[in-house]
Design a protein around this ligand. Sequence first.
Ligand code: ZN
Ligand code: ZN
Length: 358
Amino acid sequence: MNVGLLQKSLIDGEVALILSETNRLYFTEFSASDGYLIVSKFGAKFITDSRYIEAAENEVKECTVELQKGGAEFYAQLIKTVDEFGGKNILFEASRLTVSDEMKFKEKLGAYTCDFSSKLDNLISSFREIKTDVEVEKMKVAQGIAEKALLDTMPLIKPGVMERDIAAELDYRMRKLGAPCVSFETIVVAGENSSKPHGVPGENRIKNGDFVTIDFGAVYEGYHSDTTRTFAVGSISDEQKRVYETVLRAQKAGVENLRPGISARDADKVCRDIISEAGFGEFFGHSTGHGVGVEIHELPNLSPRADTEIQLAIGNVVTVEPGIYLPGKFGVRIEDMLLITADGAQNFCNLPKELITL
Ligand code: ZN
Ligand code: ZN
């Protein structure tokens, strides 16, 4: 449970009201589409409705669990809790609220100071960027499910098969192996379609000489995995080989360079320089990587636009995913997910990344 992290960071009179599904999951390890987590230095309460109450009472630790009251009574319940915790200043997750949420809380909680600044968001980000051992173990399980599913799906990748069939088979296997859902809409793009970094798998059929790029991940107990591999089908051109070798070289350099203290910009630059020096700089439009956790994209970002002072730290989980996309021709991306450790980085991914021809 991560709720203690937040409790330690709050001062007397502060109460954090956590409404977003991902942050509630992060702090309680309990997955529910609805609920309120109220946290102060002195205690934490999880309020949820009848759909989740039985499971929450059994599974949510370090918090009092209470059944949510209906209608206007709910606000009385909320106010009672804030008062129990000695709350004067209520902190909200500004980036997660809608304008109507803000208006509603201002009206109902007018007796308190409502803080809609980025203070709570920044605090939560600083916790979420550093994974605990428990979180890392969950991400290893997610990665293991995804890898096994890909290996089981690979024999199906051959000329004549539709992209969307490969995506469906991969998703089915991830679920069958224990993922309640997949990390995002699985990307399977072949041939010309592979030049679109986030192309949608459709009725396009794999042909001889195609690259097939698969970007996929599994979720386990709320934690995501994220991996990309590009395969060759049949014989490919020298240009395709050159592009693959360039992406591979950039990706390996990016992985080897990861360590605590490196700036997020430099982590990006290592990959970007190799691709630019090979003459493909304009065809690598996206960032080199991103953090992963209870959401598929979280901080830190490995990007040329990252703030210069952002550095990688022990416990970050980030992807390294350079790519080259030649419009109308083909694309290549290789992506691993890694944990930053004291002496570098530990790769979650055990799949080979030298070019595999199917
Ligand atoms: Zn990915
Ligand atoms: Zn990614």
